[in-house]
Design a protein around this ligand. Structure first.
Ligand SMILES: [Zn+2]
Length: 284
């Protein structure tokens, strides 16, 4: 019988230990694992870059001035439509900035961010905004929808936590803007939508008598927006209403509380008002 050296025996022992229980971080044994855990990722934030592909990539990947301080986990190119991962999902991307949704502030720590290459309403030659939001390329939207579905499934992100940058920073951002087809995410089963039957019913009532702004502020805050109860249609409240409209009624996002907007807000804030594609209520 061949005599084993001490080093050989130690290596054999180590190998058999490894085979039984893999090692975790810092060489800790993963012999015991807990079932009581979930993802740190609670939110999925969608953005547009307001830049060309070249500039988007430069801004989101370079650390030195004049770039730096912004990134996203994913960047979705328009032509050809392709998804790039810039930041590991376990790391923080610097995408949300000062932000708020459903009681959570500064969402970078608890979110995954997707940047979509789209100019928004910016003329990329002059840098001027003209109010004309450019449509998203169909193949690019398909890629975004597939990516969102994948992330939501892996991290079990709730439908009411798949949001736009404009939802969580309404005074700073109109992003991903009124051209982003949120309804496609509803059709893909990852977000809820205000039940059209309930909306039609309530809209008839609100056409006769509109609720006041305090009523709308309370419900928008319940949905997740940061909205102080000022009772006034101040600039911040208009920005919040506009963000809400861009998602659920993007034909008019003027920030005014009309009958249809009031009905949409009412249903979106009501128990059982938001439906998933399969007809079941979206659970909060
Ligand atoms: Zn953004």
């Amino acid at each position: 019988m061949k005599k084993m050296t001490w080093a050989g025996a130690a290596a054999a022992l180590l190998l058999s230990a490894c085979a039984q229980a893999p090692l975790g971080s810092a060489g800790a044994s993963r012999e015991f694992v807990s079932a009581n855990e979930d993802s740190r990722v609670l939110f999925l934030v969608i953005h547009y870059t307001e830049e060309s592909w070249d500039d988007s990539l430069r801004v989101l990947t370079h650390a030195e001035p004049p770039y730096g301080k912004v990134s996203a986990h994913y960047l979705v190119r328009e032509e050809p439509a392709k998804v790039y991962q810039l930041v590991d999902e376990n790391r923080r991307a610097w995408q949300a900035g000062t932000s708020y949704w459903q009681g959570t502030q500064n969402l970078n720590s608890a979110s995954i961010g997707i940047e979509i290459v789209n100019p928004g309403d910016k003329d990329l030659k002059t840098g001027q905004r003209n109010g004309q939001y450019q449509p998203y390329a169909p193949a690019q939207v398909d890629a975004v929808v597939a990516l969102v579905k994948d992330i939501v499934a892996r991290h079990h992100i709730r439908p009411d936590r798949v949001i736009g940058h404009e939802d969580i920073a309404p005074d700073r951002r109109r992003d991903p803007g009124p051209a982003f087809p949120w309804h496609r995410l509803y059709e893909a089963g990852v977000i809820g939508w205000p039940d059209p039957a309930q909306v039609a019913q309530r809209q008839a009532g609100y056409a006769a008598a509109l609720p006041d702004i305090a009523w709308a502020q309370q419900r928008l805050a319940h949905i997740g927006y940061i909205v102080p109860a000022t009772g006034q249609l101040d600039e911040h409240t208009r920005n919040v209403i506009s963000a809400f409209q861009m998602k659920y009624r993007n034909s008019n996002y003027d920030g005014q509380l009309d009958a249809e907007t009031a009905a949409l807000i009412d249903v979106a804030a009501s128990e059982g008002g938001m439906l998933m594609k399969d007809g079941k209520p979206s659970v909060r």
